[in-house]
Write a protein that binds this ligand. Structure first.
Ligand SMILES: [Zn+2]
Length: 236
């Protein structure tokens, strides 16, 4: 009898565990659906207690940002005209090295390794660079960001290759990873990066505009099947 009871409780615990972890995954997907908008290329709008934009580029809808994160000073990431569209009286713009120009705002100049908090949002600045190509040299101090929004740790990689620092990023819930190749990781390299970062959900970016196609995003998703959940967002 005792043995049966024990077995029953073991089975119950396993089932409950599966239900809970499945529920948690659903919860994360629901968070992505309601809080994260992909506006094309590397541009994201992340809603929460604050409105965060990352690398605003070709912004069409009128909106105001509380925080704007710029990963580096290339025109498709640092677009002064697009930053200006989103500026409100209290918007804070976070830029690496101060190299992003073309607007006047309350700025935080950062470098990889920095940690800061803006409007209650924790921001970690992490390295973002090329390993075998020269578009984004490490010594430029370009940035990726890990931000915490409503308890979720969201990593935006910027224009990067698969770099050794990625294995030091812990407890990433959602990873936004470039997949187009040419200036950044290919879909296969991004797949390897995702396996190392182990996010709860990976979202491909950096395709469909300057370089790369939806096929790159699909290849990335295919390669991670059964390993990391991938959500391909529709462009908003
Ligand atoms: Zn770039």
């Amino acid at each position: 009898m005792k043995r049966t009871l024990f077995m029953v409780s073991v089975i119950a615990a396993v089932v409950l565990g599966a239900v809970l972890s499945c529920g948690a995954a659903d919860d994360m997907a629901a968070f992505v659906k309601s809080n994260i908008q992909w506006l094309g290329h590397d541009t994201f709008r992340i809603a929460g207690d604050r409105t965060v934009y990352i690398d605003p580029f070709k912004i069409k809808k009128a909106d105001k940002a509380d925080i704007i994160l710029i990963t580096h000073d290339h025109f498709d990431h640092c677009s002064g005209a697009d930053v200006k569209k989103l500026l409100g009286p209290k918007t804070v713009v976070v830029t690496p090295g101060g190299g992003c120009k073309g607007f006047r705002a309350d700025e935080r100049i950062v470098k990889p390794g920095d940690r800061l908090e803006v409007g209650g949002i924790a921001i970690e600045v992490v390295p973002s660079y090329n390993v075998k190509k020269d578009f984004h040299p490490k010594d430029k101090g370009y940035a990726g960001y890990i931000i915490t929004v409503k308890g979720k740790r969201i990593y935006h990689a910027g224009d990067t290759d698969h770099i050794p620092e990625m294995k030091t990023f812990k407890n990433i819930d959602i990873a936004l990873l470039p997949v187009s190749g040419t200036y950044v990781m290919t879909a296969d390299e991004a797949r390897a990066a995702a396996l190392e970062i182990k996010p709860r959900i990976a979202i491909p970016m950096h395709y469909g505009d300057i370089v790369g196609t939806r096929g790159d995003a699909e290849r990335f998703a295919e390669g991670l099947k059964g390993k990391v959940e991938v959500i391909i967002l529709e462009k908003q």
